[in-house]
Design a protein around this ligand. Sequence first.
Ligand SMILES: Nc1ncnc2c1ncn2[C@@H]1O[C@H](COP(=O)(O)OP(=O)(O)OP(=O)(O)O)[C@@H](O)[C@H]1O
Ligand SMILES: [Mg+2]
Length: 281
Amino acid sequence: MSTETIERSIEDGAQAPGHRGSPSHHVVVEGALDLSHNVILYLEDISVSFDGFKALNKLSLAIDAGELRCIIGPNGAGKTTMMDVITGKTRPDEGKAFFGQTIDLTRLTEPEIAHAGIGRKFQKPTIFGDHTVFENLELAMKADKRVRRTLFASLRDEDRDRIQAVLKRIRLETQADRIAGLLSHGQKQWLEIGMLLMQEPRLLLLDEPVAGMTDEETERTAELFVSLAGSHSLVVVEHDMSFVEALGGKVTVLHEGSVLAEGDLATVQEDSRVIEVYLGR
Ligand SMILES: Nc1ncnc2c1ncn2[C@@H]1O[C@H](COP(=O)(O)OP(=O)(O)OP(=O)(O)O)[C@@H](O)[C@H]1O
Ligand SMILES: [Mg+2]
């Protein structure tokens, strides 16, 4: 049999009844993440009002792909509201919000935004306290990969490897079989970050992730975030300046719903306006 014949019979086989869908192995994802300009998140002139009070006031911000950005600023500056806008929880009154070049966040629902690759960690861990650490990570994955799992049962080993890799990353390898409710506060926070990672987000939003942690847990969390940067983009809201310093990234200072200053920590710490509204308190 010539090579040509073999190829043709494979083609014929692919077109046999019951296999009509099989040639399309690559699925077209509508609005796939376009990082062609190296910007993963772009906010322009975002405003949000609550009963006439402007929580965000023409806020503009751009986060590079792989960046680890810290957002600081006084209470009520609009930091959490900004995350609410990015995740679709709050609709802006005006302004643009793009994930990559093409995904318009203002037109998507919260689940659609999560599915597109934006993961958010709230301050309070929302883990399943009655399940083991391992099961928590498994559950986080199932919610996302249900379709793939039922189609290809052989992915199980691969899934197990992914869970192991995440366990290692969040430093809970030795706690895999422990009931999650019994973990320390810091370990619960890491587990929740691990649950986010199981969904393979491209951008992670973390609101006050080290609040209530011990100094050692805080240091380890900084190491974790630094290790995630590059393969992920991170936007971290924090009041703990030693933690912000340990992260080492660019810092954006929010005040009254807009950007007051931006740069490395040392630079913004010397800014007299920043000292006046925030650091000098
Ligand atoms: N759903 C809401 N309804 C009314 N006002 C709100 C709502 N959400 C936020 N605000 C107000 O908007 C302002 C910004 O709040 P936001 O929570 O974004 O601040 P923050 O920078 O996260 O502060 P903190 O450092 O205290 O967490 C605050 O004055 C707050 O009271
Ligand atoms: Mg807040």
